[in-house]
Unconditional design. Sequence first.
Length: 347
Amino acid sequence: MTGKNGLTYADAGVDIDAGNALVERIKPAAKRTVRPGTMSGLGGFGALFDLKAAGYSDPVLVAATDGVGTKLRIAIDTGNVDTIGIDLVAMCVNDLVCQGAEPLFFLDYFATGKLDLDQATRIINGIAAGCEASGCALIGGETAEMPGMYHGGDFDLAGFAVGAMERGTALPAGVGEGDVLLGLASDGVHSNGYSFVRKVVELSGLGWDADCPFGEGSLGAALLAPTRLYVKQTLAAVRAGGVHALAHITGGGITENPPRVIPEGLACEIDLSSWALPPVFRWLAKTAGMSEPELLKTFNCGIGMMLVVKADRAEALAALLRDAGESVVTMGRVVPGEGVIYKGRLL
């Protein structure tokens, strides 16, 4: 079969050879994430995982999917794409552990108008780094070159994580009055609220390459600090006993997320003076003229994960988490009521 113009798929803007080359480039990074249960590498039509080999006898699967929102815009505009993959992994696996599940494997979806091999390799290397740090195997994904859908150097990312737990161990469980709230420090804004962040930067008149007004380096680099991975630390705490619930502080901030793991009739009483508000949030609030209630329901405000623990286990669990490298604060207690009850002010 012949055609007059000899048009190829590459002429239409899709380079199959580049996609194949990307798979070969990222195989070493994916291989570093192999864990017990991994059965196949990249390149097949599907990815296999053996739950029995992973050590489970009566498992329940838990799945999560997420993206990194408009934080991608900063990564694209600055060309700093090396850690955005860590954000992608963290947004999924940090949710899984809140159910009491161990993340087992991860798949990514990377879509772009024109595949840049070097850029794509850097992005997926970041995804692999996030998987490796959370004990999660990168066993597959999809790279979609879609001319006409994404323009210039734009791209989009989505992540899909699957975890498991033994039947009967799901969280939250056993939350009661008097339980202690432990907060784990965040590494900045993480991956929520970036439409607001970008608006604030626009109002400030600063560019991404400007000196950071609240820290060292450039403003763009500071705002791209990757989401902290809490997987291994929190799972160790759960296995030590006494953890009744975990809440990943994402969209909705401290106001909206803790109530998701608290039974009806109970509330989280939180002392805002128990930790210091990180400089990035102070700068955002001041620049935007943001009220404290708005700040608390938009951002993590310095607390990326909250644990609800049995009162007589709080001290031991806090010590365990500190030994694992976490900054831990006692935020408050579970009390009769509804939602979140704030005491004090953000310092």
